[in-house]
Design a protein around this ligand. Structure first.
Ligand code: HEC
Length: 144
């Protein structure tokens, strides 16, 4: 019985080292939505009236970090690490609607969780609004 702690110690060290390596990797890895969330289809088609409502939500709630034009350059952005996503970027354009909806719902690091704040319809409309912020490029693959 007396020898057990010294036998356990190397195992604990290996475990702790592996765990901290995994956590460090998780922090530097890009934020990826789960495959099931990516496949969810957007039930709301973009209409002028709902896009207008989503723009109002976006300016009031998202622009402080993501910027009025979605470039990730809002007044709060300078203080944040990681930086708020650039909603006009190819990376965001190439995300599926389902992935963006999941990210808006769940939040990550300083990106808030909106599933308790906005209805699902409002979150889908925000996805549609984000789509209007960037111009598609022929190089984009068809993720939608
Ligand atoms: C307090 C600052 C802040 C606010 C407010 C905020 N965001 Fe974010 N957002 C972030 C940050 C930071 C990230 C990057 C998070 C990460 O990678 O860990 C992000 C990432 C995202 C992403 C993921 C983009 C991608 O493809 O990875 C989406 C979509 C998004 N935000 C939408 C929104 C919407 C819509 C709103 C308003 C309803 C909003 N955000 C409000 C800070 C914010």
């Amino acid at each position: 019985m007396k020898t057990q702690p010294s036998k356990l110690l190397p195992i604990l060290i290996v475990f702790a080292a592996t765990f901290s390596a995994l956590t460090a990797r998780a922090q530097t890895k890009p934020w990826v939505a789960p495959p099931t969330a990516k496949e969810v289809k957007n039930p709301i088609s973009p209409e002028p009236s709902t896009l207008k409502a989503a723009k109002t939500l976006y300016i009031a709630n998202c622009a402080p970090c993501h910027g009025t034009n979605g470039k990730g350059d809002g007044p709060a952005a300078a203080a944040l690490n990681p930086k708020p996503a650039d909603h006009t970027s190819a990376a965001v354009r190439n995300e599926t609607d389902g992935a963006l909806f999941w990210k808006i719902s769940e939040g990550h690091t300083t990106m808030p969780t909106y599933k308790t704040i906005f209805t699902p319809a409002q979150r889908w409309e925000l996805v549609n609004y984000i789509r209007t912020l960037s111009k598609p490029s022929p190089k984009d693959h068809q993720a939608r």
